[in-house]
Design a protein around this ligand. Structure first.
Ligand SMILES: *Cc1c(COP(=O)(O)O)cnc(C)c1O
Length: 398
């Protein structure tokens, strides 16, 4: 165990000297939270960077989920995926709604749009999908279903920072294989030039997490993306207790404001995030080169017309073909001081709060169970060196 530990993730940090300059400004101004100048600047700069009309900053990635459901007055049942981080379903529960789990498509890890309609009841009011691992949901199909049944769509886009998809319907259709319902894999090195747009433009609302473990972080932090100024105004009230003026409270708001220190930190980190994504991309390509064609191991390729963020690198172990179970490989790595993560395992539907639900039955979620039982996310961050990647691959490739 003398080899240094390789962690599954490592936070992108701003330059400390630059951060100290901004901290001095905050100290001098004594405006440390409540929509200060760094908060306003980060909202504006992020909107431009992400190519979205409006951003509202939050103190983490869970509170915008809670607030989105509140803002749209969601009640009754909300259709969602069991293959996510627990916060997705918790936000539905905290709003007094009933989560209804729908199985995923193993080709993407995302909720299977073809199975959504069967789960709709008279009580259904919304769909909450996740762009799992930063892979795009079939947003056009989900919108069609939502429009047909009069449902709202809130995307938990915690993994979808800077994720872009073909903008035009025609390009989307070329890039997207309707037979398999998934974006075609792009060949290594091949580039298709299509105009792309932020995936955050889809859905009634989307939420982001800027937690330390994510591609872009503000230590703890998050955001909501909305499409018009009125919604932004209302969300800004709700994240500040519902205050719409000194003496007016327009609803049961919460406190979820991002403070000035973290907004300043976020401004600095935004300067480095493109380079970090590029480093992740190189790591993903190295992993794929080494793992392509290995018996019993599968992983995702890049998708045509999609601008990825390389937030995670999940591999799936077929124990029979690989000759070792997922857990055996996971613990073998751990013993060699290489930390993978069984992400997402267990499924949300297996936790005590949710396992009694009718939709949480294992028979209802075969694909999700299969993925949860076979996945390991390999270390993936901007600081992995060639030596680290070799060490990781040596443990996996036999
Ligand atoms: C990280 C994450 C969240 C929660 O974000 P926090 O900032 O940690 O509160 C929610 N959903 C998904 C899918 C996540 O990965």
């Amino acid at each position: 165990m003398d080899d240094k530990q390789i962690t599954v993730t490592s936070p992108l940090l701003p330059n400390l000297d630059e951060f100290q300059v901004l901290l001095k400004q905050i100290w001098d101004s004594k405006w440390i939270t409540n929509n200060g100048s760094f908060h306003q600047e980060l909202e504006a700069v992020l909107a431009e960077y992400l190519k979205v009309p409006y951003v509202s900053l939050f103190t983490n990635g869970t509170l915008p989920l809670l607030t989105a459901l509140q803002a749209l007055r969601i009640t009754g049942e909300v259709i969602t995926t069991p293959y996510s981080f627990v916060a997705t379903t918790h936000s539905i529960w905290w709003n007094g709604c009933k989560p209804v789990f729908v199985d995923i498509d193993p080709k993407t890890g995302n909720i299977d749009p073809e199975k959504i309609e069967a789960a709709i009841t008279p009580k259904t009011t919304a769909i909450m999908p996740v762009h799992c691992y930063g892979k795009p949901c079939d947003v056009r199909r989900i919108k069609e279903i939502a429009d047909t049944y009069g449902l709202k769509v809130i995307y938990d886009a915690a993994h979808a920072f800077a994720l872009e998809i073909p903008k035009n319907k025609a390009d989307y259709k070329v890039a997207f294989d309707e037979a398999t319902n998934v974006f075609n894999p792009s060949q290594a090195g091949m580039k298709i030039e299509v105009e792309t747009e932020s995936i955050l433009n889809w859905g009634d609302l989307s939420t982001l997490s800027f937690h330390a473990t994510k591609v872009y972080n503000t230590i703890e932090g998050g955001a909501m993306i909305m499409h018009d100024a009125e919604t932004k105004k209302r969300i800004d009230y709700l994240k500040n207790f519902g205050f719409a003026g000194e003496v007016t409270v327009v609803g049961p708001g919460i406190n979820s404001k991002m403070d000035e220190m973290r907004a300043a930190y976020g401004l600095l980190n935004l300067r480095h995030v493109d380079a970090a994504i590029e480093a992740r991309k190189n790591t993903a390509h190295t992993y794929r080169e080494a793992l392509r064609g290995r018996k019993g191991l599968t992983f995702y390729e890049d998708m045509q017309g999609v601008k990825h963020n390389y937030s995670y690198f999940p591999i799936f172990v077929d124990a029979k073909k690989y000759g070792m179970t997922r857990d055996e490989l996971y613990f073998k790595m751990k013993e060699a001081n290489v930390l993978g993560r069984r992400y997402f395992y267990p499924l949300i539907s297996e936790f005590s709060t949710y396992r009694g639900l009718e939709s949480a039955r294992k028979e209802n979620l075969p694909n999700a169970h299969k993925m949860a039982d076979s996945v390991i996310c390999l270390p993936m961050h901007h600081e992995l060196r060639k030596g680290d990647i070799d060490r990781i691959l040596n443990l996996i490739v036999k």
